[in-house]
Design a protein around this ligand. Structure first.
Ligand SMILES: *Cc1c(COP(=O)(O)O)cnc(C)c1O
Length: 363
């Protein structure tokens, strides 16, 4: 075979990136991916199976996502023209970074601005497109460092700003006034407020969507019990949604995902509430018990996971937990204050008890 040097054509940024791969290996208890615990009722499972059974397999999915957009709009209290649905909110992050790339005179390449630590897909999606990434460290209580962010906006002239709030992996919700200050200051940027964990929080940012046309809100079914469907959506002005729609592949969302997500949003609201309420109750119970351990500091969480600060290297504790069949998420190797932090997803009560027991033994 004639050899080919793919470096001749591939983006140079690829050489600095690794494909996103969840931790492999078999663990009895996986609390590493912020999925919801499997609490769906048998009746709901049956309904989902019935609707899936009526799928017209020979037809392409609805390219306009009409029914699902309507269901999302009703669920969120906006107009269907303010909704675009993607294959997870990950796809919408990618689509926004595909369209919002007009060069700015003050920046050598389209730039995104975000916090650190935060969700890794912002960086990955931007770098894969050759964009610059600017990350501003969160303050000591894992909230936005307002003056540093405002300086970064001035310096970097970002096309897109990403704020995950509640934030992953810290579980903290940023102060609303700081978020709004960023939205008003960055009047020439899209400000994406990623609400992936909003169902576990006690407030949201819909009021900002009403007030400012540069605001985009991202939401997803992935963290509330339906990660299998890969359904996420953005809420924004009809004008911006129409532009993003031009970059969206027409049949991005499989029929089954569309019909089942529509069912979930329009008829299974009680199931969603039951799941999020159960998780929030467990979050409180687990946090209280963890706080009693010496060497563990629990950061108050508005999400379906807890962010723990340990008095020793997190990598060691991560490995000890693994030996006991429990997988959590460690950020060791990322340096700085992350070296002593672990993220643990809230599971079922028995899973959380097993984690607690394993952690006690690991410390
Ligand atoms: C998990 C997560 C997402 C990804 O959601 P999908 O809809 O599954 O693509 C987006 N943002 C944040 C902050 C997340 O933690």
């Amino acid at each position: 075979m004639r050899p080919f040097d793919s470096q001749l054509v591939l983006r140079p940024e690829l050489s600095e990136l690794k494909a996103y791969a969840p931790h492999s290996g078999t663990y009895e208890i996986r609390l590493d991916a912020n999925e919801a615990p499997p609490l769906l009722s048998p009746a709901a499972r049956k309904k989902l199976a019935e609707v899936a059974g009526k799928t017209l397999w020979h037809q392409y999915p609805d390219a306009s996502q009409k029914d699902l957009r309507k269901a999302v709009a009703k669920h969120c209290g906006v107009k269907p023209s303010q909704v675009v649905v993607g294959v997870g909110s990950d796809e919408l992050i990618a689509l926004l970074l595909t369209v919002a790339t007009r060069p700015k005179t003050r920046a050598p390449a389209p730039t995104i601005l975000t916090t650190t630590p935060t969700f890794v897909m912002y960086r990955l999606s931007a770098r894969i497109r050759g964009q610059r990434v600017m990350e501003v460290p969160l303050d000591e209580s894992w909230d936005i460092d307002e003056s540093a962010m405002l300086r970064a906006i001035e310096m970097a002239a970002p096309n897109v700003i990403f704020l995950a709030t509640p934030n992953n992996p810290t579980g903290t919700m940023f102060s609303l006034d700081r978020v709004e200050k960023i939205v008003t200051t960055a009047a020439e940027s899209i400000v994406v407020i990623d609400e992936a964990y909003i169902d576990y929080a006690d407030k949201n940012h819909l009021a900002l969507l009403e007030k400012y046309e540069n605001v985009v809100i991202l939401r997803t079914l992935s963290k509330i019990g339906f990660a299998a469907l890969r359904v996420g959506w953005m809420l924004a002005s009809p004008a911006l949604c129409a532009e993003v729609d031009k970059a969206r592949l027409p049949y991005n969302l499989p029929t089954v995902s569309q019909t089942l997500a529509t069912l979930v949003l329009s008829e299974l609201g009680d199931e969603l509430r039951a799941t999020t309420e159960a998780v929030k109750a467990e979050r409180g119970r687990l946090a209280t018990q963890l706080a009693e351990l010496t060497g563990v500091e629990v950061v108050p969480s508005q999400a379906n996971f807890l962010w723990l600060k340990l008095d020793r290297p997190a990598g060691e504790v991560f490995a000890e937990l693994g030996k006991r069949g429990v997988l959590v998420r460690s950020f060791h190797g990322r340096g700085g204050r992350l070296e002593q932090c672990l993220r643990v997803t809230i599971g079922t009560r028995p899973q959380n008890d097993r984690f607690l027991e394993a952690l006690r033994e690991s410390l």
